[in-house]
Design a protein around this ligand. Structure first.
Ligand code: NAD
Ligand code: MG
Length: 404
């Protein structure tokens, strides 16, 4: 029986993970759950799953939860912790052997690394953590013996299409395995066919209305700008040890093919399925075995055409910025990720327009280049300090240029 810790349990991926656990109660025990501040949801989850440990990052939320649990179940054994230290503590604690890393954004870096350093099986949904820390993250996994498995549907698809001996994340030898290219597919989001002139006035609600996937708000906006595909490009580079000529992005609006691996003999292996994250989550939870995820199989008779296209540069400037940052160095991807997080949060709060997101990202990377491009970011502290500087720079640009 696997003992599971879910970082970000109240979010879209966290709840989908618990849905897969519900399908397989004999295979998993929920040992620890974390969330930022959603007490109501966490209370429900505690009554259902009886975890040993719970973290609410927000101290007031932690106090409320502890009180509610005590009232509802006087003999409740769940320990309630709070703060960012609490996250790292439970991520590393021996109550779990498997950690689902599903916090959104840079806030997930420290707890995810704590799980990696503790040598656990880490199911990686929190792509921002890897984008921020790249080589350091993969080195930490190698040193501790942690087993990283990709939850992101594209990377999970690629992983499934790799030969068994090439599934060595961080040190895959693609060329030796006869692999020419890894092809990341992306739907193009809700604005794929919108006249370009209308992009600037799109609202957060429109950006979050993804045609195929139901996800948290941040990744939904990232999907509309295709920054999500850009972050995934960087994620793929680290997970699969890719060189530039080995990575390609292709638009595939139906989200049936989740990504592909193209081999030298002309074979292309694709992983297909419904656009439902319970499939890659179940794959990671049970790898190398297979379990029920609760997802219906694809109905080929009901499928419409599968189509493919190139992502238009004018529509998706964030994708080009991310691909460029990927090959410029760690400083560029850390800066880009931080700028994007600030810009998306401001867009969601209706403080800036949709097309301002790319402007903020471009400005921050250009501004930080002089100070950081020659530095080697060889510690987490160095990465976090750049991350903070990039967030400041993004906020200043928004105050001085966009909202003034
Ligand atoms: P979400 O917004 O639905 O949930 C985020 C979770 O993180 C919540 O439990 C929240 O309480 C917690 N959280 C938020 N801020 C926090 C903070 N500062 N400190 C600690 N915890 C915090 O997000 P999501 O859509 O589930 O995405 C989670 C991660 O998975 C993201 O990195 C996303 O890119 C990745 N991912 C999501 C999907 C998807 O379908 N939703 C698919 C692939 C990858
Ligand atoms: Mg994805």
């Amino acid at each position: 029986m696997r003992k599971l810790c879910i970082l970000g349990a109240t979010g879209s991926i966290g709840l989908s993970t618990l849905a897969v656990v519900r399908e397989n109660p004999q295979a998993f025990r929920v040992a620890a759950l974390t969330a930022h501040s959603n007490v109501e949801k966490m209370f429900e989850l505690c009554l259902e799953f009886h975890p040993d440990q719970v973290v609410m990052v927000d101290a007031q939320a932690a106090a409320t939860l502890a009180r509610q649990l005590q009232q509802a179940q006087p003999h409740c054994v769940t320990e309630v912790l709070s703060g960012r230290d609490g996250l790292q503590q439970v991520a590393a604690a021996s109550v779990s052997d498997t950690v689902m890393a599903a916090i959104v954004g840079g806030a997930g870096l420290a707890p995810t690394l704590a799980a990696v350093n503790a040598g656990k099986r880490v199911l990686l949904a929190n792509k921002e953590a890897l984008v921020m820390s790249g080589q350091l993250f993969m080195d930490a996994a190698r040193q501790s013996g942690a087993e990283i498995l990709p939850v992101d549907s594209e990377h999970n698809a690629i992983f499934q299409c790799l030969p068994r001996e090439t599934q060595q994340l961080g040190s895959c030898e693609l060329a030796e395995a006869g692999i020419e290219k890894i092809i990341l597919t992306g739907s193009g989001g809700p604005f794929r066919e919108l006249p370009l002139a209308e992009l600037a006035t799109q609202t957060p609600a429109a950006a979050c209305a993804h045609p195929n996937w139901e996800m948290g708000q941040k990744i939904s906006v990232d999907s509309a700008t295709m920054m999500n595909k850009g972050l995934e490009y960087i994620e793929a580079r680290w997970l699969f040890n890719c060189q530039q000529h080995q990575l390609q992005v292709v638009l595939h609006p139906q989200s049936v093919i989740h990504s592909m691996v193209s081999y030298t003999d002309g074979s292309v292996l694709a992983q297909m399925g419904r656009p439902d994250m319970r499939t890659p989550i179940a794959h990671c939870l049970s790898f190398p075995e297979r379990i029920h995820s609760g997802v219906e199989p694809l109905d080929f008779m009901a499928l419409q055409n599968l189509t493919f296209a190139e992502a238009e540069a004018a529509r998706y400037p964030c994708l080009a910025l991310a691909i460029d940052a990927c090959w410029r160095g760690q400083w560029a991807t850390t800066a880009l990720n931080a700028a994007n997080e600030v810009a998306v949060a401001r867009f969601l709060a209706e403080g800036i327009g949709f097309t301002d997101i790319a402007r903020v990202c471009q400005h921050v990377v250009t501004t930080l280049e002089a100070d950081y491009s020659a530095l080697s970011l060889n510690s987490i502290d160095a990465i976090l300090s750049l991350d903070e500087h990039a967030r400041q720079c993004a906020n200043e640009f928004i105050e001085q240029t966009i909202t003034c």
